[in-house]
Design a protein around this ligand. Structure first.
Ligand SMILES: [Zn+2]
Length: 66
């Protein structure tokens, strides 16, 4: 259900879980739990091919990099 909603209207940014990794603001989709990143255009899905960087640190609580 959540993923269909994401395809139709975009991911549901979970603003309560936003954190900063040193380069960008990050959170997860409230519907499908996909990792999201905010760039100059706005929120989008984290791109595992292009987005990982040594300048990003893990989540302050969980240590996850996504
Ligand atoms: Zn989603």
């Amino acid at each position: 259900m959540g993923k269909l909603a994401c395809r139709l209207s975009g991911h549901a940014v979970d603003r309560r879980r936003v954190w900063h990794d040193g380069l960008s603001f990050r959170t997860r989709c409230d519907s499908c739990n996909a990792p999201l990143i905010r760039d100059r255009e706005g929120w989008r899905k984290f791109d595992f091919e292009k987005d990982p960087s040594k300048h990003r640190s893990g989540h302050p609580v969980t240590g996850e990099i996504v």
